[in-house]
Design a protein around this ligand. Structure first.
Ligand code: GLU
Length: 546
C-alpha cells in the first residue's frame, strides 16, 4: 500500500505538515519545575462540583510552581455545546476564585498557544492524522452504523469484549482498491488508529495521585477522526496537550480506562507524555451509603448552587482544600490566619478512593470563615450577593450603610466571634428585626406566663428605659423590674426555690427580647436595643402591651 498516496486521497485539502504546526508552538519559557495545567471542559452550560475539584487542582499546581493554568474548550461535540457555554464557565469559576492565566476568553483567545477552542483546530488535528496515515498508523473505516451494530451483536452473543479489534477490524487490512471504490461512492469514513497492542501485555504506569497502577495494553482500533474530520477526545487530547505544552493532565478517574490508548497515541505521534493526575470522584452520603454526587439528584452538584445560595468564595475554597488535601485541616488549625495560598498543596495528599462531600461541613467552614470577617467585609459581600439575588434587601442595606454595619458588628472582632451566618442568603433573616419593613414576630411569649404579669413587666420597662444607660446600669434596671414584679433577680436564688417566684430575671429578659426582636434568640439584647434606638424599642414594647 502506498501510504503517502492514501493520505493524500483521504485528506486532499491538508497541505501542512506536523513540522509546520510544531513551529507555531515553541516550547514555553518557564522556570525549572513550572507546571502547565489546563481545564478542558465541554461548553455544555453545566459545571459540576467535580469540575471545580479538578480546576482547583489545576490552578494550585500551576500557581504554586510558577507555571501556567489555561482554559481549553472541548467543543467538538456540537450537540453538547450551548451558545454562552464559555461565558458560563469563565464566570462561574471566576466567582469561585478560579482564574485562568491563558486560554479561551468570551470573545476569542488570550495567549500564544491557541486557538483554544477545539472546533477551530480541525486543520491541526488533520495534519497529524494525515501523518499517521503516511506512517501506516491510521486507516479509514467505512463501516456503517448497521455494520458496527452487527459486530457488537456478534461479540455479545459470543461473550467477547466489544470493540473494533482483531478479526472485527474489517477495514484494517483493506486494499487501496477497496478504499478507492468507497471514496468513489462518496461513502463517509472515520479514521482509525492502527493498534499494535495486545491485551496479553500488562505494564506499570505512574499516576501522580494514584501512584503505580497496572494497565493493560489497548488492542482496539479506536476512532481518531470522525467522518466530519473532527477528532475524538482521545486524539485531540494528545495533539492539544502536546502543542500547548501541558505538563500535568488533571482529569477525572473515569478516563483511566482509555489511558492505554492515550499512551499509544503519544508514542505513535512521537510526543513526550505529560504526567497524569487522575482524580477520585466526589461522593456523598445517601442514607448511610456513599455514592457519586449526581447532577440529577443533588442541587449541590451544580457549581451555580454555591453562588446563588450565597456561600462566600473563601469558604468554598477553604472547604474544597479540606477535600483535596488530607492534611489541610491540620495546617489550618495551626495557621488560622494564614492565606490559603500559603498552604503547600500536593497531589500526594489527594484521595485515591473518593472524596466525601458534606454540605454540613461546608456550612461549618463557612460560619467560621464569616465569623472572622469584619463587619465591613460582611456588608460588602452580602450587598454584592443581594444585588444579584434579592434587590429589595440590597436597597434596604444601601439605605443606611452605617446602621447595617452596626448590626453586623455585634459579636464580631473578639476572641470568640459569633458563628451564626453560613450564607449571604441568611443575612436578611439575621438582620430583619432591625428594620421595620422586614420585622415580623416569629416567636411569642410562652402561654405558661400570665398575660397581666407580662404586661406589667413590659410597662415597667417602658417607663424606666434609659437609652443612655451603660450595659450594667441597663441590666440592673432589668433586675429591679424583675424583683418588683415577683420574678427572682438572682438565678441561683431562683434555682434554689423556684416555687417562691413567678419566674426569674431570665424570663423577664425573654419577655423583652421577644417584645423587641420578635424572636426567642437574638444577639446581646442591650446592644440590640442600642442599635434599634429608644423609639423603636419602646414602640415594639408598647405593641405587646396593647
Ligand atoms: N472534555 C473532557 C471532560 O470534560 C476533559 C477531560 C480532560 O480534562 O482531559 O471530561
Amino acid at each position: 500500500m502506498d501510504n503517502n498516496f492514501l493520505a493524500d486521497i483521504l485528506y486532499p485539502n491538508i497541505k501542512t505538515l506536523p513540522a509546520d504546526i510544531e513551529a507555531r508552538y515553541p516550547a514555553r519559557n518557564l522556570q525549572e519545575g513550572a507546571k502547565v495545567t489546563r481545564f478542558a471542559p465541554s461548553p455544555t452550560g453545566f459545571l459540576h462540583i467535580g469540575n471545580l475539584y479538578g480546576a482547583f487542582t489545576d490552578e494550585r499546581l500551576a500557581h504554586t510552581s510558577g507555571g501556567v493554568f489555561y482554559l481549553r474548550i472541548e467543543d467538538t461535540d456540537a450537540k453538547r455545546t450551548v451558545p454562552n457555554g464559555i461565558a458560563i464557565i469563565i464566570e462561574t469559576l471566576g466567582k469561585l476564585g478560579v482564574k485562568f492565566d491563558e486560554g479561551a476568553v468570551i470573545d476569542g483567545d488570550n495567549g500564544a498557544y491557541g486557538p483554544y477552542r477545539q472546533s477551530e483546530r480541525a486543520e491541526i488535528y488533520q495534519t497529524y492524522a494525515k501523518q499517521l496515515i503516511r506512517e501506516g498508523k491510521a486507516y479509514p473505516c467505512f463501516c456503517t452504523e448497521e455494520e458496527l451494530a452487527s459486530i457488537r451483536e456478534q461479540q455479545e452473543s459470543q461473550k467477547l469484549t466489544p470493540g473494533y479489534y482483531g478479526e472485527f477490524a474489517v477495514w484494517r487490512d483493506a486494499s487501496l482498491e477497496q478504499i478507492q471504490a468507497k471514496l468513489a461512492e462518496n461513502a463517509p469514513f472515520v479514521l482509525r488508529f492502527r493498534s499494535e497492542g495486545s491485551i496479553a501485555n500488562k505494564m506499570k504506569f505512574r499516576d501522580e495521585i494514584k501512584g503505580e497502577i497496572d494497565v493493560t495494553e489497548n488492542d482496539v482500533d479506536h476512532v481518531i477522526l470522525k467522518s466530519d474530520g473532527i477528532p475524538t477526545y482521545h486524539f485531540a487530547h494528545a495533539v492539544d496537550d502536546h502543542l500547548m505544552g501541558t505538563t500535568h493532565v488533571i482529569r477525572d478517574e473515569s478516563w483511566l480506562s482509555t489511558l492505554p490508548f492515550h499512551i499509544q497515541l503519544f508514542k505513535a505521534l512521537g510526543f513526550k507524555m505529560p504526567k497524569y493526575c487522575h482524580t477520585a470522584q466526589v461522593l456523598k452520603l445517601d442514607n448511610g451509603n456513599k455514592r457519586k454526587i449526581s447532577k440529577r439528584k443533588d442541587p449541590e452538584a451544580a457549581l451555580t448552587y454555591y453562588h446563588s445560595q450565597g456561600y462566600p468564595v473563601a469558604a468554598v475554597r477553604e472547604y474544597l482544600m479540606t477535600l483535596l488535601n488530607s492534611n489541610f485541616e491540620e495546617w489550618r488549625l495551626a495557621n488560622p490566619d494564614a492565606a490559603i495560598e500559603d498552604f503547600k498543596f500536593t497531589t500526594k495528599k489527594m484521595s485515591v478512593s473518593g472524596s466525601l462531600f458534606d454540605l454540613d461541613k461546608l456550612n461549618d467552614v463557612s460560619k467560621n470563615v464569616i465569623s472572622r470577617m469584619t463587619a465591613n467585609e460582611v456588608y460588602d459581600l452580602t450587598l454584592a450577593w443581594a444585588k444579584e439575588n434579592d434587590a429589595d434587601f440590597a436597597s434596604v442595606l444601601e439605605s443606611d450603610k452605617d446602621y447595617a454595619i452596626r448590626i453586623l458588628s455585634i459579636g464580631r472582632g473578639g476572641k470568640k466571634p459569633r458563628k451564626d451566618i453560613a450564607l449571604w442568603s441568611e443575612v436578611k433573616g439575621y438582620m430583619s428585626f432591625f428594620y421595620d419593613a422586614l420585622f415580623n414576630r416569629e416567636d411569642s411569649i410562652p402561654d405558661k406566663f400570665n398575660k397581666e404579669d407580662i404586661c406589667a413587666v413590659l410597662a415597667n420597662f417602658k417607663d424606666t428605659y434609659n437609652a443612655n444607660a451603660d450595659q450594667s446600669e441597663w441590666f440592673n434596671n432589668v433586675k429591679a423590674i424583675a424583683e418588683s414584679n415577683g420574678f427572682c433577680p438572682d438565678m441561683k436564688a431562683y434555682k434554689a426555690n423556684p416555687e417562691l417566684y413567678k419566674g426569674s430575671v431570665a424570663d423577664v429578659s425573654m419577655f423583652l427580647r421577644i417584645a423587641v426582636t420578635g424572636r426567642m434568640n437574638s444577639p446581646d439584647l442591650y446592644e440590640v436595643m442600642q442599635i434599634l434606638g429608644a423609639e423603636r424599642v419602646l414602640g415594639r414594647v408598647a405593641e405587646i402591651i396593647g
